[in-house]
Ligand binder design. Structure first.
Ligand code: BYC
Length: 338
């Protein structure tokens, strides 16, 4: 028996169409015309099965990433170098939990409840962002995550704020606002360290050396190796491809990192005058796929921490359910009287 029993899915089934349905082609044409006109698709609207499947896959992976993403930074809350930094970090980690909440809710609008998704994560069957399977070895890593990882996330999520599914796009607007604060605090901290004592400068450079490539991998494989991009772009879930976003991010962040005196850890890096692009060297995709398959430095520790948190939170879930039952029972007589 599973250590994490799956609760039955209680959500209403979504209104999805299959290619074998008699009216599929006509409904698909109407659906695509709405997207083309810039309309949002809302919960309960008809949608092709593949659109629904892609949304559930992507938004749930995103939700898991937010929650697992609390762990590398959370490990430093007790070791923050000042009260100010501790308050900032506490607020940031708390924000990430909130992002997970919005996103699990967004998936629930598609008829899959949170219990089912968390079950998939804890059973090791769900993906989450590769970047969170790397260790945070020094305090400068926490700052570098803010600048690089949140910076990469903002780039990706600003695009997703324009996506065709209403609940996901609206969640992104709020999340991006909060991520901007995360990015700024990380940039401020690294800027100070990069101009600080020789030891602080070494920490900042070392953090960049270790987080640079994992941050670039966050954008996913090259477009030619990205099986989901065609369907996602056809229905405007993504409006820019993995490579386009990665290039935009590189072009923006490299001058900023260089401006504070940091060296980009890429011997092949060069500026292309003709296109105005910074051209990076090859990404180690073998490492990327190893991490995604569960063989990164911290995959096992991350999942062990999530499972422990889930088990230790059982009493909270039971208390919330007991409260809801009591609340409902109290409400019922009032409703009858009304
Ligand atoms: N890590 O066809 P592709 C944050 C998988 S958290 C793991 O290109 P797609 C933060 C991909 O899922 C924000 N897996 O996929 C939190 C697919 O596998 P399946 C995280 C990856 O969907 C706390 C396969 O590889 N952001 O900011 O077109 C503290 C082929 O890929 C990754 C999001 O989640 C990866 N990096 O594009 C601090 C953004 N890349 O599912 C900060 C939402 C690819 O077919 N997601 N895979 O088995 C997306 O925008 C897109 O899903 C991706 C991938 C760009 C990530």
């Amino acid at each position: 028996m599973s250590a994490f029993p799956r609760t039955p899915n209680t959500r209403p089934l979504p209104n999805v169409g299959l290619p074998t349905d008699p009216d599929y082609e006509q409904r698909l044409a109407e659906f695509e015309a709405r997207i083309e006109a810039g309309e949002k698709i809302e919960p309960g609207d008809w949608m092709p099965y593949e659109y629904w499947r892609q949304l559930v896959r992507m938004i749930s992976q995103h939700a898991h990433s937010e929650v697992v993403g609390m762990l590398p930074e959370g490990a430093w809350i007790t070791r923050a170098p000042s009260l100010r930094r501790k308050l900032i970090l506490l607020a940031k980690v708390q924000d990430e939990a909130g992002h997970g909440q919005y996103l699990y809710h967004a998936v629930e609008t598609l008829g899959v409840d949170r219990g089912t998704l968390i079950h998939q994560l804890l059973e090791g069957k769900a993906k989450y962002s590769s970047v969170f399977n790397y260790p945070t070895l020094t305090w400068a890593d926490v700052a570098m995550i803010g600048w690089l990882v949140d910076g990469a996330a903002i780039k990706n999520q600003t695009m997703l704020a324009h996506c065709s599914y209403g609940p996901y796009s609206r969640a992104m607007v709020r999340i991006c606002a909060e991520e901007t604060f995360h990015y700024k605090q990380g940039k401020e901290a690294i800027t100070l360290y990069a101009q600080g004592t020789p030891r602080q400068r070494r920490w900042a450079q070392d953090a960049l050396d270790r987080w640079w490539w994992p941050a670039l991998m966050m954008f996913g494989p090259h477009d030619k190796d990205s099986p989901n991009t065609p369907a996602l772009m056809r229905w405007k879930i993504k409006t820019k491809s993995n490579d386009t976003l990665r290039q935009e991010f590189v072009n923006e962040i490299i001058p900023e990192l260089m401006a504070v005196g940091l060296e980009i850890p890429d011997p092949d890096l060069r500026y292309d005058e003709e296109t105005g692009n910074w051209l990076i060297g090859p990404i180690d995709w073998a490492e990327f796929w190893q991490v995604i398959r569960g063989n990164g430095l911290m995959n096992q520790a991350r999942m062990a921490a999530r499972r422990q948190a889930h088990e230790e939170g059982q009493w909270v879930r039971e208390a919330v359910e007991a409260y809801a039952r009591r609340h409902q029972a109290r409400q019922a007589p009032e409703k009858i009287a009304a």
